[in-house]
Design a protein around this ligand. Structure first.
Ligand code: ADP
Ligand code: G6P
Length: 472
């Protein structure tokens, strides 16, 4: 190996992800992956390769732009690739399976073929841009086949893969047609990262039970004589920066207008992509119960739901369902001068959201299942330490393993969530402060940069050389 001192700080980092947030103006990026990686790449420099976000008539070579030390290389997808790889297999099969929602799966055999073909096309486009001592870091469920495709094209250097979403129990993973081959493909890398220990164990059980891998150590698997390390790297946010943004936003127009409109009403806040995993209908039902029990004009809920993956049928149905439920709540419980629920089906700027979070007495973060859920961490960071709000958090979000002082709820239990929201609304200041301090302590010292550096350190040639060799 050349360059690269201890920790391998010198070699170039090449990030590959389906979604590439090429900076343009100050448009907000809704999505945990983009948020987590952007800061790291802007500080480190390197190459970021993936989909441009555009659909084009025909395939063309990568388009490269430089922005503050980062090269962003992107390719367009054809209409058929977008339909089969992104809408079809990635988001119509893998996403629901990985979140344990198999009834939302919609499998068509050609989509799996297209998924594999697009992974190979990514490899074909990327390989000519690679240097020998690059460290390659592949992200998320869209690109499970990419590690194998890179190896088949002669890429030998350190290659890592990070799964931003959960991984379910082996039997639940097996419902996705094609998963066996994809697990074998992803095992072609050197290091696999997960959000939580349970995701890692679930993946290992699938790799052993269905893909022929063998366990050679606590954190080690082997497939066909190749060792792979499995690590846990919970995604983090830049908590102090987010806190400063939230505080500064109190003077900005969006937060001032919202605060003025609330008068004495306690604000409940939900912020999500409009996604079936986020538990939005269940949350609205919990809110309906709360609003029915409290005096009119004493509270208001703001649900911000940024439309996402609108070509996927389950997402279209969800949009209808949420619109209907929101209308019903307001028509049932509203007054001529007051509506309990404010539903916005569009993204808001990240800074604006930070300010709204600080205004909210209760942060309602109740996904049915979530890899991490950065919104939960952002809500904690945004609070005023002297008078913090309360986080109501799904126990099925990865964040629940770290934010143990939140009011943890089962998102399938509307009544239980309603009770937790009421407890949050009535919670005395001393208890709010104590719970908030515990949560803040869990996130204050962390950052996306630290998260990324830890993964990259584990992916350095030095760290990989220390791995137990096959057969020892
Ligand atoms: P996911 O990655 O599934 O979208 P996360 O909660 O981990 O969920 O990350 C979402 C990121 O996108 C957070 O930084 C959040 O603030 C941002 N975000 C999500 N929904 C919205 C929205 N409606 N408007 C603005 N930003 C959003
Ligand atoms: C989650 C996934 C990411 C994805 C993001 C936004 O965070 O883990 O891989 O980029 O959602 O979804 P989209 O389909 O718009 O990229």
């Amino acid at each position: 190996t050349s360059g690269g001192g201890a920790g391998g700080g010198m070699s170039r980092i090449v990030v590959v992800s389906n979604r590439v947030p090429v900076p343009q103006g100050n448009a907000g990026q809704a999505g945990g992956l983009a948020v987590a990686l952007l800061g790291l790449m802007q500080r480190r420099g390197g190459l970021w390769f993936g989909w441009s976000g555009a659909v084009a008539e025909a395939a063309s070579p990568p388009n490269l732009v430089q922005r503050s030390g980062v090269g962003y290389a992107t390719i367009d997808l054809t209409e058929a690739e977008h339909r089969g790889y992104y809408t079809g297999y990635s988001n119509g099969v893998l996403w629901p399976m990985l979140h344990g929602l198999p009834h939302l799966m919609s499998f068509r055999r050609p989509d799996l073929d297209t998924y594999r073909r697009v992974n190979r096309r990514f490899a074909d486009a990327l390989v000519p841009m690679l240097r020998q001592d690059d460290r390659i870091w592949v992200h998320d469920y869209h690109l499970l086949s990419l590690p194998a495709a890179l190896r088949q094209r002669g890429v030998l250097g350190p290659t890592g893969f990070y799964l931003h979403v959960p991984f379910p129990a082996a039997d639940a993973a097996a419902v996705a047609p094609g998963i066996r081959g994809l697990v074998q493909d992803v095992l072609a890398c050197d290091l696999l990262g997960f959000q939580t220990a349970s995701d890692r164990e679930n993946f290992a059980a699938t790799a052993i039970g269905f893909a022929g891998a063998v366990r050679t150590g606590d954190e080690m698997l082997e497939l066909g004589g190749r060792p792979v390390r499995l690590g846990v790297f919970p995604a983090e946010i830049a908590a102090p920066e987010f806190a400063a943004t939230a505080a500064a936003q109190m003077q900005a127009e969006p937060a001032r207008l919202l605060a003025r409109s609330l008068r004495e009403q306690a604000l409940l806040l939900g912020v999500d992509r409009l996604d079936p995993t986020k538990g939005i209908p269940e949350r609205l039902e919990a809110f309906r119960r709360v609003a029915a029990r409290r005096p009119p004009r004493s509270l208001a809920m703001l649900q911000i739901a940024a439309p996402s993956r609108e070509d996927v049928a389950a997402y279209k149905r969800l949009r209808q369902e949420i619109d209907t439920a929101a209308g019903a709540i307001n028509s049932e419980l509203g007054e001529p001068d007051w509506l309990p629920l404010r539903l916005l089906a569009r993204p808001q700027a990240r800074d604006t959201v930070a300010g709204f979070m600080r205004l909210a007495r209760v942060g309602v973060v109740t996904p049915l299942r979530d890899g991490m859920n950065l919104v939960a961490k952002e809500y904690v960071a945004a609070q005023d330490p002297a008078d913090p709000g309360v986080l109501v958090l799904s126990r099925f979000a990865g964040a629940a393993a770290q934010l143990t002082s939140a009011l943890l709820v089962n998102p399938h239990d509307a009544e239980g969530m309603a009770e937790a929201i009421c407890a949050a609304l009535d919670m005395p200041l001393a208890e709010r402060r104590a719970r908030w301090q515990d949560a803040w302590a869990a996130i204050a010292e962390t950052s996306p940069e630290r998260w990324g550096e830890e993964f990259l350190r584990a992916l350095s040639p030095e760290a990989l050389d220390r791995l137990p060799v096959a057969g020892t």
